[in-house]
Design a protein around this ligand. Structure first.
Ligand code: UDP
Length: 473
């Protein structure tokens, strides 16, 4: 039997790699003629070992399966001046430098037997430069969008804005009418890159190039983001849109953080707590706070008398890492019967646990989908990247989260902001209130999202349509 092969090019970030790998697994379950090769671009040095750890674990899990990982040789990163101007543009330029290596890998196709035909290149949002490779080799390209349909709609909107206004955004711009959002979007919730020329140009260009692909796959569920998905699906300028989510790794990112015994200790503690009683606070792979903010958080947790599981990460240049020196005096001792703090948290397991009642989150897309999947309501505290837009959508458009902040920015040198203990305590009491109807709405949405992946569900059907498209190509 001849094999049909898809080549995936993920961005060099663990949060982007995981859902793409899960999508590869989903595809393989749908048609045995398919196989997938994932070309790994490691992040520029000093790289984060989490990608290597994840591949090691996934390669072991998928041994004998039709997924292969191929790590590409390291290329020279762009200059540090580019990095200082815009992280997003720097990464996009770095990935673009890999075009010859990706082409060479596909042309030599050393990993495949002769009976394999390459039927598509599936690229991450940072990898639109790889469309050049697909075009040169006459292979169809597909976008796999690791964030939500709303944010993707914003990337398309950037061209509309540019035609009208001709410049990057300002935080003082009037609210924006972005088709993918049901409500006007305040400019202050746009991602940082939108305010910086290099980042703005880079993502506007990605948005333009996405239209050249033969299809757009999104890690979302049509029922959850119905407004955004409908707006993309009805845009005549776009290729077909496939909602294939939520793709999450039920084992979580265990390879990247704690030892097994540390994780076990956290889970054992959760086992002893009453159902839906614990507030979980965790802020993604990069989220961290300065001591003054941590103190406000501790005060809020103490005053609200809630049980809590708090993942604390400090800035790399923190003067001390001793939490008892940073947090209010005696806080850890006074709260030891109802709360624990940790560094890395086994997030997916925690969200799945019946004791977990709510999640104070930075609203990264993976955290958002993991929380919804398990029916855990979110308190929004966005920090970086597109998280403010996700938070805005969760609070205003789909009404599935309690607003703490929509426009907070981590380590914003222009505007150092503290979320006060009072604000936080209010949000905690609101989300933990068992009478809050949002709790039921989120639980129901979790159910809907899980059904979407089952036979006959919206994501199941969408994946099927994509498989048909590939088989026909
Ligand atoms: N994560 C985790 N433990 C932590 C912090 C993060 O397991 O202490 C995982 C989380 O489950 C999610 C990912 O890391 O899968 C974070 O991805 P997200 O898109 O939410 O945020 P990012 O880190 O990319 O900003």
């Amino acid at each position: 039997m001849s094999k049909l092969e898809l080549v995936f090019v993920p961005a060099p970030a663990i949060g982007h790699l995981v859902s793409l790998c899960k999508f590869a697994e989903t595809l393989l379950k749908r048609d045995e003629r398919l196989c997938v090769t994932i070309l790994i671009i490691r992040p520029p040095p000093p790289w984060d070992a989490s990608i290597d750890a994840y591949i090691r674990r996934s390669s072991y899990d998928t041994e004998g399966s039709q997924i292969r990982y191929m790590i590409l040789p390291q290329v020279e990163p762009p200059s540090s001046e580019e990095l200082a101007k815009s992280f997003e543009n720097y990464i996009s330029l770095f990935i673009a430098n890999y075009r010859p290596l990706v082409k060479e890998a596909i042309v030599s196709n050393k990993w495949s037997d002769l009976n394999t035909k390459i039927v598509g290149l599936v690229i991450d949002m940072f990898c639109s430069s790889m469309i050049d490779v697909a075009n040169e080799l006459d292979i169809p390209s597909y976008l796999f969008f690791t964030s939500g349909a709303g944010f993707l709609g914003f990337l398309f909107y950037m061209s509309v804005w540019h035609d009208q206004v001709g410049r990057e955004f300002n935080r003082s711009d009037a609210d924006l009418k972005i088709a993918a959002y049901a409500h006007p979007v305040p400019s202050k919730v746009l991602p940082n890159f939108a305010f910086v020329k290099e980042g703005y140009d880079s993502f506007r260009n990605h948005g333009v190039r996405f239209k050249e692909t033969k299809g757009i796959l999104i890690n979302t569920v049509a029922e959850f983001e119905s407004h955004a998905v409908n707006s993309l699906a009805s845009d005549p300028e776009l290729p077909p849109v496939y909602t294939v989510g939520f793709l999450l790794d039920p084992e979580g990112q265990t390879g990247t953080g704690n030892s097994k015994s540390e994780d076990d200790e956290i889970m054992k503690w959760l086992d002893q707590q009453p159902p839906s009683s614990v507030l979980f606070l965790c802020f993604g792979t990069r989220g961290n706070f300065e001591p003054p903010q941590l103190i406000e958080m501790a005060i809020a947790l103490e005053r609200s008398e809630v049980r809590f599981l708090w993942s604390i990460r400090l800035p790399v240049d923190a003067e001390t890492t001793k939490l008892d020196e940073i947090l209010p005096e005696g806080f850890l001792e006074r709260t030891k019967d109802r709360g624990i703090v940790c560094g890395w948290a086994p997030q997916v397991d925690i969200l799945e646990h019946k004791a977990t009642g709510a999640f104070v989150s930075h609203c990264g897309w993976n955290s958002t989908v993991e929380s919804l999947w398990h029916g855990v309501p979110i308190v929004t505290w966005p920090l970086y990247a597109e998280q403010s837009m996700n938070a805005f959508q969760l609070v205003r458009d789909v009404e599935m989260a309690v607003e703490l902040r929509l426009d907070y920015r981590m380590h914003d040198s222009d505007h150092r902001e503290i979320v006060t203990a009072e604000e936080m305590e209010r949000a905690i009491r609101c989300i933990m209130d068992s009478e809050n109807p949002m709790r039921k709405r989120v639980e129901d949405m979790g159910e809907i999202c899980r059904k979407a992946q089952m036979e006959g569900g919206s994501s199941f059907i969408s994946v099927g349509l994509f498989v048909e498209t590939i088989l026909d190509s």
